[in-house]
Design a protein around this ligand. Structure first.
Ligand code: ADP
Ligand code: MG
Length: 251
């Protein structure tokens, strides 16, 4: 059974078809890499699935339910969360505040403020536990703006994880960090999702990271899916190698 299924998903920006009739699936408890050169449509596909804007055609089913017309908030409640290519943190708030805000936002939007206040303690405790899980507990009181780039990327994932998703999209979780910092970030993130049975779909340019950490690789090119297979299959796929791998690593 698939966790997520898109059928014929299409998004047009003027003349440009950024996502072109995409049939994309994510299975339960898999770590999937979504690759492709700059402009291939990866972020747009994630934007459509997370509900940032509507598709021009096609459907999105999550756990068998058609979520194509659902709001972002409803999709988060259903279990779809995502991080952003450029981190989406409140720099003037502490690391713990950033995670706590995410936990708060999980609640019903109409919940009364006093009810939120009453649950404060539980929220801070949960937030601290999440920071611990990500190895960021020593940074709990540090303003997000004062963290290193690697810590910021991890915190951004922690904020999405705090929504307690079943499916987590990570848009370039290691972009902008040094080569040395990439493995620790990926080790942390993949061990968390694997131990909890969360599916992760990770957009990543570094092919060493892609081959090392993913169970399955989906390759996008000019808005469409070019290939879908195991790391071994993708590595030996001549079309993929010729079309993408040279450009993807340089992107
Ligand atoms: N909001 C937008 N408005 C217009 N064009 C966009 C928008 N978002 C993305 N695009 C275009 O769609 C194409 C796919 O972009 P994107 O999904 O960001 O690619 P990727 O994440 O694979 O690098 C690119 O040509 C990009 O310029
Ligand atoms: Mg992108």
């Amino acid at each position: 059974m698939s966790l997520l299924v898109t059928q014929g998903l299409t998004k047009q920006f003027g003349e440009l078809r950024a996502v072109d009739r995409v049939d994309f699936t994510v299975r339960p408890a898999e770590v999937l890499a979504l690759i492709g050169s700059n402009g291939a449509g990866k972020t747009t596909l994630v934007n459509l699935i997370s509900g940032l804007f509507p598709p021009d055609a096609g459907t999105i089913h999550f756990l068998g339910v058609d979520v194509t017309a659902q709001t972002v908030h409803d999709r988060i409640k259903a279990g779809i969360a995502r991080s952003f290519q450029l981190v989406n943190l409140f720099d003037q708030l502490s690391a713990l505040d950033n995670v706590a805000l995410s936990i708060f936002s999980r609640g019903d939007k109409t919940r009364k403020l006093f009810a939120l206040a009453a649950s404060d303690r539980a929220v801070w405790e949960e937030g601290f536990e999440i920071l611990k899980t990500f190895g960021l507990e020593a940074k709990a009181g540090v303003l997000a703006g004062g963290l290193s780039q690697g810590e910021r990327k991890l915190l951004d994932v922690a904020v999405a994880y705090a929504l307690r998703p079943k499916l987590l999209f990570l848009d370039e979780p290691t972009s902008g960090v040094s080569t040395r910092e990439k493995a620790p970030i990926m080790d942390t993130v993949t061990s968390i999702v694997r131990s909890e049975g969360i599916s992760a779909a990770i957009i990543e340019h570094d092919m060493d990271v892609v081959f090392r950490y993913s169970d399955r690789i989906v390759v996008m090119h000019q808005g469409a899916i070019l290939a879908d297979g195991s790391p071994e299959e993708i590595r030996s796929n001549a079309t993929v190698t010729a079309t993408l791998i040279g450009t993807a690593t340089g992107a």
